[in-house]
Design a protein around this ligand. Structure first.
Ligand code: MLT
Length: 264
């Protein structure tokens, strides 16, 4: 039996040792993990999470292949190249670039997983891919809801809840406790239609969510529609040694290297 635990907000993660040695799934539906999945799928070389604006600027200094990306208050950070809307991350702008990212909640959650055994990013855009990944892992998993300004947010909880629903539906023998049971119920009520994941129900939920309403008020309503589209980006971003890259790309490179070795 494997254990599934949920942190309903990243502020409950005391320090960098809390997630040490764990298999972690970071969720920030609106919008960081959604945007990062799109950026990597559209050809960005890697994403480097940075705790603060000044750390991001320091990391970018001296690199001519990097872009400064992120938000504060949902809006692009002054002096940065891109904000945090997934619609900005077009291939022609970001292909083969290193993206130095700093956001209010999502990047902090990711940085908290620096000592984890494995760390992947999830949102509605790659949901089924992440569920399959967890099923194949056959180990304990920790789902981290990034939340909003250290508080609970409904959209991340619903995403975590769908994951748990689908693990149970796939007869994965899991042990859960109250936080997991609560998000499971939220996922069922707010995102499933007779057991099927519904992008329409998810969009309705995003529209009534606190952060969804805020993003609409500052002109990012299209991001809600975009971030509600389930399984439109079936990729797994993997956070290893300070950088986030696509698991699929890493595996391809490893296979190519192995094949080259055989030829030599
Ligand atoms: C965050 O990481 O805090 C969010 O993704 C913020 C946002 O994009 O609005």
């Amino acid at each position: 039996m494997s254990k599934v635990e949920v942190y309903i907000t990243q502020s409950l993660i005391k320090d960098d040792l809390t997630l040490k040695g764990k298999n972690v799934v970071i969720i920030d539906v609106l919008r960081s993990t959604s945007t990062m999945i799109v950026a990597l799928a559209n050809g960005a070389k890697e994403i480097i999470p940075a705790e603060t604006v000044s750390v991001a600027a320091r990391i970018a200094r001296g690199s001519n292949n990097s872009l400064l990306c992120g938000e504060r208050g949902g809006k692009i950070i002054e002096g940065f190249n891109l904000g945090n809307s997934p619609l900005e991350y077009k291939e022609e702008i970001i292909k083969d670039r290193s993206l130095i990212f700093s956001t209010t909640n999502g990047t902090l959650s990711i940085l908290r997983a620096k000592l984890s055994k494995s760390c992947v990013l999830a949102s509605f855009l790659n949901l089924s891919k992440v569920i399959d990944y967890i099923i194949n892992l056959k180990e304990d998993v920790t789902l981290v809801c990034s939340g909003k300004l250290n508080n609970f947010c409904i959209e991340d909880a619903v995403c975590a809840g769908i994951i748990i629903n689908k693990l149970i539906e796939n007869k994965v023998n899991i042990e859960i406790s109250d936080p997991e049971f609560a998000v499971l119920k939220l996922g069922k009520i707010l995102a499933l239609n007779s057991g099927n994941i519904s992008s329409d129900k998810i969009l309705d939920m995003l529209k009534i969510s606190e952060h969804g309403k805020y993003l609409k008020s500052v002109g990012f309503e299209d991001d809600l529609i975009f971030c509600s589209k389930v399984d439109t980006y079936p990729y797994i971003p993997l956070y290893i040694k300070g950088a986030i890259r696509l698991k699929e790309k890493i595996e391809d490179e490893t296979n190519i290297k192995a094949a080259m070795k055989k030829i030599k």
